[in-house]
Design a protein around this ligand. Structure first.
Ligand code: ATP
Length: 306
């Protein structure tokens, strides 16, 4: 299986430990969301993958082999600090970058035309990059990451500062590249997007991976939560349900945490809700990625403090 592996990466800047045994992998065809608070170490890990920065120990492998200079030419990278030449024309710059990655002149021009078209900046090919709005510069930056038809995509906050249309274009490009077998890793603070796009997610805190898995795996909690909306019920009815802890109750909507998360664990709560009054809604409460993120980050902060 073709897989991009980040294997026990350690990195310190002087006395600051930026990464501690950071380990995870991204399969070919998978979109991996790399999330974490500011300063958690995402950029550091991506820079190590690209060889812009060296790790103190650990390595990044593609298909079982450490990423060397030759392989890194086949990676599409969007650096956080962005890396375009402001005084060079959009089209020329993309052709130049494609050639730098080993493409022939004709193919480089064709790829530049294709990607500027796809990303909605074809009309700006003749303009210097610095004349473009920030969002359009970012579209060009993505074109720069894609123009050489990379085998791997590593994108540092590709969605920041994009308008909703550009977000849609960027999303569809990532989904399409993954469908073509490319492992895609991107960092983002926009957790709704990560939730929507990613197959798997890794949450880093202070250089360590604190949660890793598919969205379903991350959402699986030891105790299920359910909500019921009941009209005309006597106050406090839910407190009498065996195995249920009431988390909130506004007189109509009640949310409970149940002991366990097995099939059918909600049935006593459902029966009680039906008996209590007119049941209008009944559903499981599924935590969002933002809920999980807050939970994981605050939980590990408490552990650190202890
Ligand atoms: N060149 C550097 N010299 C010293 N410290 C650095 C350097 N680059 C990063 N750091 C520190 O390493 C830690 C990890 O930073 P990094 O940029 O990798 O985090 P990040 O997760 O990408 O953050 P953000 O979401 O804010 O972009 C931070 O504490 C940061 O201050």
């Amino acid at each position: 299986m073709a897989r991009l592996e980040f294997d026990h990466l350690n990195k310190a800047y002087g006395s600051l430990r930026a990464l501690t045994d950071l380990t995870f992998s991204v399969d070919a065809g998978e979109i991996f969301g790399f999330v974490g608070s500011n300063g958690a170490g995402k950029t550091t890990a991506m820079r190590i993958a690209l060889g812009v920065l060296s790790a103190d120990s650990g390595e990044v492998r593609w298909q079982g082999r450490p990423l060397d200079l030759e392989m890194r030419r086949r990676v599409g990278y969007m650096p956080e600090e962005r890396g375009l030449y402001p005084k060079m024309k959009v089209g020329e710059q993309l052709v130049y970058l494609a050639r730098l990655h080993g493409m022939g002149a004709k193919d480089a021009v064709a790829a530049m035309e294709q990607w500027t078209e796809r990303l909605g900046v074809a009309a700006r090919r003749g303009d210097n990059v610095e004349k473009l709005s920030l969002g359009n510069q970012q579209r060009v930056q993505l074109a720069a990451a894609l123009v050489h038809d990379p085998e791997i995509l590593v994108l540092d906050e590709p969605f920041s500062g994009l308008d909703p249309v550009a977000v849609d274009v960027m999303s569809s490009v990532l989904v399409e590249r993954a469908a073509a077998g490319v492992p895609v890793i991107f960092s983002s603070h926009q957790l709704d997007l990560v939730e929507r796009l990613c197959d798997r997610v890794g949450i880093v805190r202070a250089g360590q991976m604190v949660a890793l898995g598919t969205k379903e795996e991350l959402r699986r909690t030891p105790n299920a939560r359910w909500r019921a909306v009941v009209h005309g019920a006597a106050p406090g009815w839910a407190r009498l349900v065996p195995g249920a802890r009431v988390l909130s109750d506004d007189g109509r909507e009640v949310v409970v945490e149940l002991t366990g998360n097995t099939e059918g664990v909600e049935q006593p709560f459902l029966r009680a809700a039906t008996a209590a009054g007119a049941l209008r809604e009944f559903s499981p409460v599924v935590p969002s990625l933002a809920d999980l993120f807050r939970h994981v980050v605050s939980e590990t902060q408490e552990k650190d403090a202890a």
